[in-house]
Design a protein around this ligand. Structure first.
Ligand code: MG
Length: 302
């Protein structure tokens, strides 16, 4: 067995009953895993202490990917609102839904950098059918990766060379941004890979292919403390070295959309896969955020 998995680790199925599971995040205070069931327009929550799963919220405007901000609040994408929003104490606040006066497509996945900036992808999957959102016209004419500086109220298009950007995550030092392109979902000649970008002086440069996904797509992924990329694919979870070499394939009996680390010590990998939530024990954990650069603080307003 791979040294990336705990001795004797096996895949556990924790819950079955979603249509399309996405957007997992571990909530340390609740010892719970929250995730989206996008077509059912609801948010689910698995509680690790008793093993129970509840419907956390319904009629949620088709939430998708989510993460925690520097204060521990949930930041998530909404296909229905065509927005990125924050949920704190049960209240949802839209952080951004327009760029240069035009509506976003349907934000898909999101990360928060050490400076508090909110980075997200904006493919069209929430506006091309009523299954995961509502049919609507794209407005700005692209599918970009954006960076929101909340303090300045500035939304910047950081990456504009992808077909349909989807999952994203930083390397542990935040000098590399990984973004998957799932354009192949709508055009068989389009990409099914993860790209890497160097983040230098506030720009994403040196765009390159990091890893090709051979089965299905990389819908979402996380980076561990040793800079390895743990990504979804059509037949399980695949782990890549920082050089893009595949280290491990964890077979999962359903199409996997996204993953996240969680559990009391952060070493459980939660896997959102179609109708089910799975878990497997690893020997690593999510990369911690680097210390923020004191010269360029971007702390959100209280
Ligand atoms: Mg996604």
């Amino acid at each position: 067995m791979s040294s990336l998995l705990a001795p004797g680790a096996s895949l556990e199925r924790l819950y079955t009953g979603t249509v399309w599971a996405e957007g997992p995040v571990w909530l340390p205070g609740l010892r719970a895993l929250r995730w989206s069931d996008i077509p059912n327009n609801r948010i689910m929550q698995y509680h690790a202490d008793d093993g129970g799963t509840v419907v956390y919220r319904e009629d949620v405007e088709f939430t998708n990917g989510r993460t925690l901000d520097l204060g521990g609040a949930v930041v998530q994408c909404s296909h229905g609102r065509r927005a990125v929003e924050r949920e704190a104490d049960g209240n949802v606040t839209v952080l951004v839904d327009r760029w240069q006066g035009k509506r976003l497509n349907s934000p898909n996945d999101v990360g928060v950098a050490a400076d508090g900036s909110v980075w997200f992808t904006d493919p069209p999957y929430g506006i091309i059918s009523n299954r995961e959102g509502r049919i609507a016209d794209p407005e700005y004419g692209g599918c970009y990766v954006f960076r929101l500086d909340e303090r300045r109220g500035e939304l910047t298009a950081m990456i504009t060379d992808m077909v349909e950007p989807n999952g994203l995550a930083f390397s542990p030092d935040e000098r590399i941004l990984y973004v998957s392109d799932t354009g192949v979902l709508r055009d068989s000649s389009a990409p099914r890979h993860i790209r890497a970008y160097d983040v230098i002086d506030g720009s994403c440069v040196n765009s390159r292919i990091f890893a090709e996904i051979t089965v299905g797509v990389s819908d979402g992924f996380r980076v561990d403390e040793e800079a390895r990329v743990w990504t979804s694919s059509g037949d399980g979870v695949r782990v890549f070295t920082p050089d893009g070499e595949q280290l491990l394939h964890v077979p999962v009996p359903e199409k996997v959309a996204n993953v996240c680390f969680g559990g009391p010590d952060g070493q459980d990998l939660y896997i959102a896969a179609s109708t089910s939530l799975y878990r497997i024990r690893t020997t690593t954990r999510n990369a911690p955020r680097p210390a923020p650069d004191a010269a360029t603080p971007d702390v959100r307003p209280a």
